[in-house]
Design a protein around this ligand. Sequence first.
Ligand SMILES: Nc1ncnc2c1ncn2[C@@H]1O[C@H](COP(=O)(O)OP(=O)(O)OP(=O)(O)O)[C@@H](O)[C@H]1O
Length: 372
Amino acid sequence: MTARDNDRSTNGEVAGPPPGGRVTVESAGRSPTDAAPVTKGDVSAGTVTAKADGCDVAVSVTGLRKRFGDGTAAVTAVDDVSFEIETGSIVGLLGPNGAGKTTLIKSILGMVLPDAGAVRIRGIDVYDRPREAYASVDAMLEGARNDYWRLTVRENLRYFATISGVDPDSVSDRHDRLLTQLGLEAKADVPVRELSRGMKQKVSLASVLAGGAAVVFLDEPTLGLDIESSRTLQRELRRLVEEEDLTVILSSHDMDVVETVCDRVLIMSDGAVVADDTVAALLDGTDRHRVQIASRDLDAAIVSRLEGRFDAIHVEPRDRGNLIEVTTDSDGLYELLDTLRAADVTLERVRTIEPDLEDVFVDLTTVERRGR
Ligand SMILES: Nc1ncnc2c1ncn2[C@@H]1O[C@H](COP(=O)(O)OP(=O)(O)OP(=O)(O)O)[C@@H](O)[C@H]1O
């Protein structure tokens, strides 16, 4: 069935988290922990099973639309978005600021009322049977309140398991494992308020996973974590996905995290999904080339001309001349070489660099590439 436009709020913002679900805050900081590089499939044995029940599609979104405001001031935040997310996968949600990611996630979670469209979680319509649909869902969203800082880390996990409807004793193995994997073992009996920001971030994630939710939404889960902590967290996510059929929808501005951990990526721009594919397919399909050129003939005037015409992401002065790195499509590549030839630039070094997810992202959205 479709979303209704009159049953929950006037502006579409619905108070509170979804029934059965919970929203936690992100925080940031640094924390030393054991870590190894994350690879898809790099997991060790697990003990507890999430509430997966053989449903192949964890989340299905059809024709979702959400507009804020009226008349000329109206903003279409989500514009006819449809997709399905397979059970036991990690899907990255990318998009520039204002692309509609938060509105989409909140619409799925029942925190924003869409104008049109249908959302099903594990086959259950969230508008028809919200309690049932959200019983297996949990979320860690930016800006919301998270764990109870007076409770210890373990008490938080037990508390959130309980409010998810799970007997905490029945998932104590899971809690032990989460504490170990996330480097929180030594802090298990410490009140959360005494922890560093990075540790708090990990407690938030552990709390989201504490009750055995089958579908979790994570907004910027690695923000502020040091590289080891981030990798540990990514590794634990992959383990839960591969061993326990957890489904993760992960929104992040960190392309490396998305490229490493996600099976599939949805890229949003101006409210619409402009790409929906595996990372490998997105990289294969891009007509984006990154080229580094160095020459003693690349003086300031030519560099400035190239910067005006191409997407220059890096300029580095050398003993003589400059090095410039640009991204461009195939046509631009020919034009770049023609420009250099016309300016009598002798190419001393030309290096092409494999495109990464950020190149694909820049290509498909209006975002400027960050300098390197
Ligand atoms: N409650 C609201 N009222 C009016 N406009 C809104 C509201 N919430 C979001 N918008 C607008 O909808 C559009 C999409 O916003 P949204 O927060 O969903 O984007 P986002 O991709 O999550 O951005 P960011 O990466 O900055 O968090 C933006 O233009 C935003 O200003």
